[in-house]
Design a protein. Structure first.
Length: 115
């Protein structure tokens, strides 16, 4: 079992920045950030593979968001810059210990971007 604890959400004006953190209680193969806006499905924002460092982003956040990982702290971060109102959502940290789908999820942290 891997527990994920997120932090760093909040309210920010458009154009501002926030950094989300997700601390994992155990080793993982791949970690990711998803988000779910009101009335919409949960979608992948970015993921990072632990042993290779391979990173992928959703097109909607490329150039604005950066995912990174501190292996020593077993923590993944999501630096969000140039935030837009459409980035408003609950952001979830997810992890998997295999190459399969994500099987561990955090509780989520609210990000609200005002116009």
């Amino acid at each position: 079992q891997v527990q994920l604890v997120e932090s760093g959400g909040g309210l920010v004006q458009a154009g501002g920045s926030l950094r989300l953190s997700c601390a994992a209680s155990g080793l993982t193969f791949r970690m990711a950030w998803f988000r779910q806006a009101p009335g919409k499905e949960r979608v992948l924002v970015a993921h990072i593979v632990g042993n290779t460092g391979i990173i992928n982003y959703a097109d909607s956040v490329k150039g604005r968001f950066t995912i990174s990982r501190d292996k020593a702290k077993n923590t993944v971060y999501l630096q969000m810059n140039s935030l837009k109102p459409e980035d408003t959502a609950v952001y979830y940290c997810a992890a998997t210990t295999t190459r399969a789908s994500y099987d561990y999820w955090g509780r989520g942290t609210q990000v609200t971007v005002s116009s």
